[in-house]
Design a protein around this ligand. Structure first.
Ligand SMILES: CC(=O)SCCNC(=O)CCNC(=O)[C@H](O)C(C)(C)COP(=O)(O)OP(=O)(O)OC[C@H]1O[C@@H](n2cnc3c(N)ncnc32)[C@H](O)[C@@H]1OP(=O)(O)O
Ligand SMILES: CCCC(=O)O
Length: 445
């Protein structure tokens, strides 16, 4: 068979494949749990011969060897579209940089030539008899990256599920420069377990959910708690249209909650763009005809989301100020996460008939010295990054309730947000609101 001959011709060791990289190059790794483990090790081993090689990735799920082995950071610069807990450590230590983006636009940076790619290194499922390799867990911006790349190196992993896609879900052997094989386990990222306060927050959102909704759950503990709550509820015929496929959705599928039968687009199919989860979730996706992967440029497009009536988007945030500006990605200048798909889904959910978007957070935290900090703040301080502007602020949720901000004046917003602040901070916030000129004498307190 011709495709197998071509495969054999292109098959080489990781060490041979990474010889394609030159000093000064830009390299893209496939994102999230599709991390190309063997190629990363082989590239890191060239640290003494290479200079100024820039790598782009997002949500690193295992130690990254081009970071770990290049202590002097002479050979490699690691850049992140979005951050995992491990990435936060790299950023804190000055071993990585963040690249701001909204996920619906990420692919266009490549197709418009704004993000050049000398070599793409991606993990795929084994080749089928027609010569195709499934992108598996990560559809994301894969196609745009590959279209932009001068050299394409596949890391074939037998554990990568074959995932059906709407479009741009596989690559053919004829388009590939090199193939390497790696039989190690895929990265897993089952997500942070829900805490008691996550559950309290989820319980406030729950009354807004209804049968037949199209559900997007984001990253973090609160969306996971919602997954648990819906799985144990009487809700029926939930539709899945989400950027992130997580174990929360696996729970919902197992509980029979997701049927997708009321969706106006891709009826009977759940749609996602990137999967971060457990080995059980990966197995569930393997040749699963009920689920489609699609590019971020489609899944996160507000024009697409708009067509899904009854859309409910639930994401996490870090802090909100009394004007309704939301930071979901930084604490001061400390980069914690990324904009990701948050703004895309808030925009699309608002446009959908009966659509709603929720941003949820704990009302406060205590730092390592025991000092308590309110997550509802009078105003942001220098360095805080605004992820969602106040003009698009959706339903904000804490353990103390829900504040719907759209359409409200500044003094109404201040009142609504102070009502869901931690009680210990409410008086301070009222004083601040008065000093900022956004508190009326007749406001409730
Ligand atoms: C995926 C889709 O389908 S679309 C869109 C989804 N994406 C987004 O919404 C992007 C932005 N949101 C997020 O990334 C997440 O929801 C987060 C980061 C806001 C919350 O996620 P969680 O996993 O619940 O966060 P968690 O509470 O564990 O905190 C993560 C880190 O932020 C820190 N942090 C969180 N809140 C604060 C705060 N107010 N002040 C200081 N630090 C904070 C924590 O200490 C922790 O740091 P560490 O890893 O060094 O310990
Ligand atoms: C994979 C989740 C990325 C995001 O926050 O959008």
């Amino acid at each position: 068979m011709k495709v197998y001959e071509e495969y054999k011709k292109k098959l080489c060791t990781p060490q041979e494949a990474v010889q394609a990289v030159k000093s000064g190059d830009w390299i893209d790794y496939s994102q999230g749990c599709s991390f190309p483990t063997a190629l990363d090790c082989a590239l890191a081993a060239r640290r003494d011969e290479l200079r100024d090689v820039k790598i782009r990735n997002a949500i690193s799920c295992r130690p990254v060897q081009v970071v770990e082995q290049d202590k002097e950071r002479q050979a490699f610069t690691y850049n992140l579209w979005h951050c995992s807990g491990l990435d936060r450590q790299y950023l804190d230590q000055g071993r990585a940089f963040h690249a701001p983006m909204a996920f619906r636009n990420c692919g266009s940076y490549y197709s418009r030539g704004l993000a050049p790619v000398n070599a793409a290194m991606i993990t795929v499922a084994p080749m089928d008899a027609r010569g195709n390799f499934s992108y598996g867990l990560t559809n994301c911006c894969q196609q745009e990256v590959l279209d932009a790349a001068e050299v394409i190196i596949l890391e074939v992993n037998p554990h990568m599920p074959v995932v059906y896609g709407m479009e741009n879900d596989h690559i053919h052997i004829s388009e590939v420069t090199h193939v390497v094989e790696y039989d190690g386990s895929l990265c897993t990222a089952p997500g942070r377990a829900a805490t008691e306060s996550d559950r309290q927050i989820a319980a406030h959102i729950f009354p807004y959910l209804y049968d037949g909704m199209n559900l997007q759950l984001g990253i973090g503990g609160i969306p996971n708690a919602l997954g648990e709550l819906i799985a144990a509820s009487d809700l029926q015929d939930v539709g899945m249209h989400t950027e992130l496929m997580s174990d929360g959705y696996l729970q919902l599928y197992k509980a029979g909650k997701i049927t997708n039968k009321r969706k106006r687009l891709q009826r009977h199919k759940g749609v996602f763009s990137i999967c971060l989860g457990s080995a059980e979730l990966y197995e569930f996706l393997h040749y699963n005809q009920d689920i489609l992967s699609a590019p971020m440029s489609y899944v996160n497009n507000p024009e697409v989301i708009r067509q899904l009536d009854n859309f409910v988007s639930i994401n996490g945030c870090i802090a909100v100020d009394l004007y309704g500006q939301v930071s979901s990605e930084s604490a001061g200048i400390r980069q914690i996460s990324g904009t990701g798909g948050q703004l895309d889904f808030i925009t699309g959910a608002y446009m959908a008939a009966e659509g709603k978007a929720f941003l949820a957070m704990r009302s406060m935290h205590a730092d390592k010295h025991g000092v308590k900090h309110s997550h509802i703040v009078p105003r942001f301080t220098a360095g805080d990054i605004i992820t969602t502007p106040r003009t698009q602020a959706p339903y904000l949720v804490t353990e103390y309730g829900v504040a719907q901000l759209a359409g409200l004046t500044t003094w109404q917003r201040a009142e609504a947000l102070i009502a869901i602040a931690h009680p210990e901070f409410r008086e301070m916030l009222i004083q601040a609101a008065a000093a900022q000129g956004i508190w009326r004498q007749s406001n409730k307190r």
